[in-house]
Design a protein around this ligand. Structure first.
Ligand SMILES: [Zn+2]
Length: 113
């Protein structure tokens, strides 16, 4: 499952950051998922909870927000919001769109205790 390997990555990143900060446990993690990343937020949240077992994040709450996708349209030369691949440019209806944001995942904030 795609979400589970992402979740394992998140746990690894956050755990090593927490260890560097000499934290005993992580209470909260805020993540941002691009709208074009093909990730289901609820599934990712569930997978994070699973992957967090027996780590510093075992008690952590995971908050996931979605960031909008953006694409550059070659027809009208505008940068437009795009929240699903395969949709036309909302400005001119063209299909020559190149994704410039929205495929990434970021750890926004870690709260340690
Ligand atoms: Zn356009």
């Amino acid at each position: 499952m795609h979400e589970l390997s992402l979740a394992e990555n998140v746990i690894r990143i956050v755990e090593s950051a927490a260890q560097r900060a000499k934290a005993q446990r992580v209470s909260r993690v805020r993540l941002a998922i691009g709208a074009l990343a093909h990730v289901d937020a609820d599934t990712l949240q569930f997978c994070c909870t699973l992957a967090a077992r027996q780590t510093l994040l075992a008690e952590a709450q995971f908050e996931i927000e979605q960031t909008p996708g953006r694409a550059h349209c070659a027809s009208c030369q505008l940068d437009v919001e795009l929240n699903q691949i395969g949709f036309p440019c909302p400005h001119c209806g063209g299909f020559e769109l190149q994704v410039i944001a929205g495929e990434e995942m970021q750890v926004l904030e870690i709260t340690v205790a």
